[in-house]
Design a protein around this ligand. Structure first.
Ligand SMILES: O=C(O)[C@H](O)[C@@H](O)[C@H](O)[C@H](O)COP(=O)(O)O
Length: 260
């Protein structure tokens, strides 16, 4: 597992644009090397901000959208088409305007889908879908995603893994149903930390002063049960992409300070 690296941008707009540019390059490189790329999307304003910046980036046409696998790190367990669903929001900001191959797009099931209102069954089905996509070269029942994106909550949650709730303790299953989440809606489906750690690169996005404490805690050696973001690591790279407000409380020495 890789140690976190921190990159600080002036504000959240610049952070989103720079992350979008970084992601385009990553996808293009992976497609050139292996023929396809795989990215795990996140919910939340920062993840959507990145997708919106990607939609506007002129270089987006360098991506072969038909050879991109898309997965989700978590989902708010709501009916299909609900405006609060992470899948709905990602479609609106980017996915509906690029020529993806529908067979490569893997949303988590909605609460009115094949598993009805059973988030645990939806989680199990998603775990099976991930396992079916994993090959012998992967490290277990999850594909080696090129980039897994995560927003960070003010309480240090990532995906739908909240401090001290059962999901963050999970060591075996790759996807779990989440009940009683403190961030609405209470019922969710989430990748677990072992699944997140199957990614080659994990990028955590946080902007705004309400994230400063979370970033400082997660980057100061906190345990993953109390601070799930601390346990989100990529196999070859862990990148924290912050704006200055979210970086305001980081311990000294974690990134080069701005020149005076
Ligand atoms: O479904 C969700 O809400 C998420 O995936 C969640 O983990 C989110 O990424 C963080 O809460 C950060 O959200 P913001 O970027 O909006 O602060």
């Amino acid at each position: 597992m890789s140690a976190p690296q921190v990159v600080v941008h002036r504000d959240k707009e610049l952070m989103a644009k720079a992350a979008a540019a970084r992601l385009i390059t990553k996808i293009v490189d992976a497609q050139a090397a292996r023929g396809f790329a795989s990215v795990v999307l996140t919910g939340g304003r920062n993840g959507n901000g990145l997708l919106a910046a990607l939609a506007e980036a002129p270089a987006r046409d360098a991506v072969d959208w038909s050879r991109l696998d898309l997965w989700w790190g978590d989902e708010r367990f709501l009916p299909d088409g609900d405006p609060e669903r992470n899948y709905t929001q990602a479609r609106e900001v980017l996915l509906d305007s690029v020529p993806l191959d529908p067979a490569r797009v893997h949303p988590m099931a909605p609460s009115d889908g094949p598993y009805g209102n059973d988030a645990d069954a939806a989680a199990e089905a998603y775990a099976a879908e991930l396992a079916a996509a994993a090959g012998p070269e992967d490290h277990g029942p999850v594909p080696s995603f090129d980039v897994l994106l995560l927003g960070v909550g003010p309480d240090t949650h990532v995906a739908s893994l909240f401090p001290e709730l059962p999901g963050v303790y999970e060591r075996e299953r790759t996807v779990v149903g989440v009940h009683g989440a403190p961030k609405p809606p209470p019922t969710r489906v989430s990748l677990t930390l072992p699944a997140i750690r199957a990614a080659r690169e994990v990028w955590l996005l946080a902007a705004g002063e309400d994230k400063a404490n979370a970033a400082a805690i997660a980057l100061s050696g906190a345990g993953e049960v109390q601070a799930p973001a601390a346990g989100a690591r990529g196999r070859s790279r862990t990148l924290w992409l912050l704006d200055e407000a979210a970086a305001a409380q980081l311990p000294r020495g974690l990134y080069p300070p701005a020149s005076a």
